[in-house]
Design a protein around this ligand. Structure first.
Ligand SMILES: [Zn+2]
Length: 110
């Protein structure tokens, strides 16, 4: 039993079944990670998306440090899902090269 809500548009992506990496049906951003921790999720998502030039540690720090809701931070986020007793972490970002640009801008604005 898990519940995952898109942090960008608030669409409920999973409610009951375990989320699988994919695309938000509400805003079409991609999400991936499924990590034990936020850094795990960021490293996994960057690998899945082929963004090997981005440093997972720097992206994780930027996602937590920058206030949400403006600039590139409005388009990407790392969030936990909700489960009984534990949770797993997911990264949301725009699909394709736009996602790479948004994450790179996040790091550069730190
Ligand atoms: Zn969404």
């Amino acid at each position: 039993m898990a519940r995952l809500v898109c942090p960008v548009c608030r669409t409920v992506i999973a409610d009951g079944s375990d989320p699988e990496p994919g695309e938000c049906p509400g805003c079409l951003c991609r999400y991936a990670g499924d990590g034990d921790s936020a850094p795990d999720a960021v490293a996994g998502a960057l690998a899945d998306w082929g963004f090997s030039e981005l440093d997972p540690g720097a992206v994780t720090a930027a996602l937590f440090a920058l206030p949400p809701g403006s600039g590139p931070a409005a388009r990407a986020a790392v969030v936990s899902d909700e489960r009984e007793g534990f949770y797993r972490w997911w990264v949301f970002a725009p699909a394709g090269d736009e996602g790479r640009d948004v994450l790179a801008r996040l790091v550069s604005e730190m």
